[in-house]
Design a protein around this ligand. Sequence first.
Ligand code: SAM
Length: 227
Amino acid sequence: MKLAEVVPWGRSRREYERMFGLTATDLTKRILGVGDGPASFNAEMALAGHNVTSIDPIYAFSASELRERIGATHQTIAEQLKCNVNQYVWTDFQNAEAVIYTRMEAMSLFLSDYEQGLQQERYIPISLPDLPFPDSSYDLVLCSHLLFLYSEQLSEAFHLTSIKELVRVANDVRIFPLVTLDGHVSPHLNSVLEYCKLNHIQADIIPVDYQFQKGAYQMLRLLRKSL
Ligand SMILES: C[S@@+](CC[C@H](N)C(=O)[O-])C[C@H]1O[C@@H](n2cnc3c(N)ncnc32)[C@H](O)[C@@H]1O
């Protein structure tokens, strides 16, 4: 991945809690955040004494490189948001400025934690679909705004291999949202559900208390069934 291809945009711990229906018990688990990018979930959780490891190819870049990219790209993302206001539900955020403020605040928290997190191996520069972790090395995997959302860029085969890998490293895998960038249900969702059925994985589509992109209000929860 080249720095010029990175368009950083990150959500907060509160947003993660709502997207994934996280309970107080969930927060105490060994959590793997997949594609966390510049979200502040890891930083905020570490500050509260919780155990989150985040993986993302952008962690190959330094803090100053990511800071520079955030500075170079956030105006463009803000303009796109303002041009597409009809694609969003304006209940949690009053307007585009409020979204941009919240995202910039989250990314600033991420940046302030990033160097220490790299040293502590809380941020690891690796990518789906293959993960270098032993089986069941985490209790819970959270994957926000990567699988399903980028269905046009990431193939069905990529989705199936990734799901297999995520369920291998944790018994409880949650993915949000189930729609693509244009707001339609992912064309890969049915194949993933079929794969789960054939491979003893319980797959539940669960409505959550979070919706910003229209249609993005459900997560997929995968649990390994004991044989
Ligand atoms: C839209 S951002 C979501 C960031 C964060 N999860 C959130 O919801 O705020 C998608 C992230 O997925 C990362 N990504 C892209 N391809 C990936 C892969 N193959 N494995 C892991 N992460 C990937 C990108 O670098 C980017 O940071």
